[in-house]
Ligand binder design. Sequence first.
Ligand code: F6R
Length: 249
Amino acid sequence: MRPDLTLQAQPDAGAVARAAADHIAARVRARGNLTVLVATGSTPMATYAELARRVQAGTLDLSRVTAVQLDEYQGLSDPDPRSLWEWMDRSFVAPLRITRTVRFDPRAAPQDTCRDYDAAVAAIGGIDLAILGLGLNGHLGFNEPPSPADAPTRTVTLTPASLESNRVYWDTDVPTQALTAGMEVILAARSTLLLVTGASKRAALGRLLTGPPSPDFPASLLSGEAVTVLADRAALEGQGPAPVSAVRA
Ligand code: F6R
């Protein structure tokens, strides 16, 4: 088990969502104008729904948060049902009543939108909190393996494995190219929540928790006290005993 990662074990995906929402709410209460890097995909949706429930109940105010897009398909028209921005808007920005956002501009040339994105992130002082999911091949955002720690914000060609896992979301073609926040943006986040739920993530989580850090499994480059891996029992099953100090249930 990697000693440089904090693993928080939870019984199920609902508990992961509540723990993640508690963590985010505590950060926002400590510092209202938080800048948050926002993954889409299935895993964080329950967390965003839990945050939305708290916002609607009036117990949480996220109005000073800036939401930063993590990744986007390249070459989509605007609007497009496959757009990750639209997914992020539906699941995070609108229900959480967030008004400040940084996104990849679908109308700009890829190198221009990457440059503008990095400039916008730098102008707001970088990322305070990254909310990430774990790709089956260890990708973070669309940083496909191999992605070194200094991989910049850029255009990437998606791997066959990622195309296959993305295919579940649409009947139509999956774009083969994407834009992603670079590993250097993600790894510079002042804190990170990596959400891992479900039996399908068992092998990937095992590699993250036990393998050596390597660009061949980009998520393994996350390290340090400010990184919390929130995983449910289904994903943790068979991982072997975690050191007691690393597990905060
Ligand atoms: C989505 C993203 C991806 C996903 C990853 C896990 O914006 O950046 O890296 O976080 O593919 O996806 P799910 O949560 O669907 O298993």
